[in-house]
Design a protein around this ligand. Structure first.
Ligand code: ARG
Length: 456
């Protein structure tokens, strides 16, 4: 089939080359953005008298027609037409005849495709921000119900100090908040218009880029045409933000997997968010958080893939840049899928207060508090730490926890101990005493919740 750029060629393209270089199988995702960009471009061409108003209107009507057909699924894309831009231009020719050829005046596929990508990512970034907020809402819901729920807090995955479950889960709220901020900030750089850069050097036609920016609601235009057509930083930025976001989802997922194990039983995921085993009838597997954790790999891969594509590319456009798309689409789909599941999974999860509470009473995670107790009574903290270390060892050797030790046992280690030490050891006291700003005491959590709700 004759190519729209076929003038200087004496042979048809090898079919293998057609197949190898075509991007239509994936860049058809940009069809709406491509038409949106073309509509603005052609309006500007008309307004600047580069083509006649009649021609502009005919082309716009043709594009609207194609849009309609696209929505009705009546459009067929062909590999011979290489990519979404050529496919749509061919469809436009079928629709309105040779005048369609005027659409590409003062434009190149290089600034066109970059514009499509900016439009696409602008939309998707906004969608993803909304989905993050839904997940944050679910976290807040669980936090509100669990201010008084106490579980061991861990360091090195060893029980460290008791914390409120609300406090623990809210840590993820703030991770997601930073992800959201990064995405919001990236919109500044996404929202710059490449169109009007031409192939690389600008155009001889008296175009009005600012008008196109206005029509497409961009904040500004790229000041350098060569940068405009070869910049993919905005996609890299999206992929790196997405990678960090996936790290957060993966860490949370890992906790959900651990917590729902027989060994922990801190939470139970709803049946509707788990799957069974084809051989072991008793199994209820946390497939959803596992898959969330697993999908992190492909997002990292998409980032590293594009970094590698861009590294060492000379200015300006190179066909390598066509490789910017599949990874980006894949990451968008992965984030949308992952975040959409996260909110209802968290909302329907059951928190096992009893198991968490009992874990806290069967450990030594209150040891810091009696060290603090002795320090308050005047013993230097370093010495207090030493004394309590010995007490913990004594308790372990005698198969007891700190609350089980008799007063005379305590007195053997330090005469500063009095009856009130038992109050200090209660998990509620331990948690409640951490009133420092950002600490796990209930009052602090309430303030934190207020702050968090203010962000939504
Ligand atoms: N399909 C191409 C891409 O995605 C569009 C730009 C083609 N430009 C060119 N000079 N061949 O990068």
């Amino acid at each position: 089939m004759a190519k729209l750029w076929g003038g200087r060629f004496t042979k048809d393209t090898n079919k293998l080359v057609d197949e190898f270089t075509a991007s239509i199988s994936f860049d058809q995702k940009l069809a709406f953005e491509d038409i949106q960009g073309s509509l603005a471009h052609v309006q500007m061409l008309g307004e600047c008298d580069i083509i006649t108003t009649d021609e502009a209107e005919t082309i716009q009507a043709g594009l609207e027609k194609i849009l309609e057909k696209l929505k009705n699924g009546e459009v067929e894309f062909l590999v011979e037409h290489e990519d979404i831009h050529m496919n749509l231009e061919n469809l436009l020719i079928e629709e309105i005849g040779p005048v369609a050829g005027k659409l590409h005046t003062g434009r190149s596929r290089n600034d066109q495709v970059a514009t499509d990508m900016h439009l696409y990512l602008r939309n998707k970034t906004k969608t993803i921000i909304e989905l993050i907020e839904k997940a944050q809402g679910a976290i807040i819901g669980q936090a509100k119900d669990n201010i008084e729920t106490i579980l061991p807090g861990y360091t090195h995955l060893q029980r460290a100090q008791p914390v409120s479950f609300a406090h623990h889960i809210l840590a993820y709220f703030w991770m997601l908040e930073r992800d959201k901020e990064r995405l919001e900030d990236s919109l500044k750089r996404i929202n710059i218009l490449p169109l009007g850069a031409g192939a690389l050097a600008g155009t001889t036609f008296p175009i009005d880029r600012t008008r196109v920016a206005e029509l497409l609601e961009f904040d500004s235009v790229y000041p350098n045409s060569m940068d405009a057509v070869s910049d993919r930083d905005f996609i890299l930025e999206f992929l790196s933000t997405a990678s960090i976001l996936m790290v957060h989802l993966s860490r949370l997922s890992e906790e959900l997997v651990i917590w729902s194990s027989q060994e922990f039983q801190f939470i139970e995921l709803d049946d509707s968010f788990c799957t069974g085993s084809s051989i072991m009838p008793q199994k209820k597997n946390p497939d959803v958080p596992e898959l969330l954790r697993g999908k992190t790999g492909r997002v990292f891969g998409d980032l590293v893939g594009l970094l590698t594509v861009l590294k060492g590319l000379p200015l300006a456009y190179n066909k390598d840049l066509q490789e910017d798309k599949e990874g980006m689409f894949d990451t968008v789909d992965t984030l949308e899928g992952s975040l959409t599941l996260l909110a209802p999974m968290l909302e329907t999860m059951t928190v096992n207060h009893k198991k968490m509470r009992s874990a806290v009473t069967h450990d030594y995670s209150n040891a810091t508090d009696i060290a603090d107790y002795l320090a308050t009574k005047g013993l230097p903290f370093r010495q207090a730490h030493e004394v309590i270390g010995k007490i913990v060892l004594h308790a372990i050797e005698n198969g007891k926890y700190l609350l089980d030790l008799e007063m005379e046992e305590y007195k053997k280690f330090s005469t500063l101990f009095e009856e009130d030490v038992y109050d200090y050891l209660e998990p509620e006291h331990v948690v409640g005493a951490r009133k420092s700003e950002g600490g796990t005491a209930p009052d602090q959590i309430k303030q934190q919740l207020e702050l968090a709700e203010g962000k939504l």
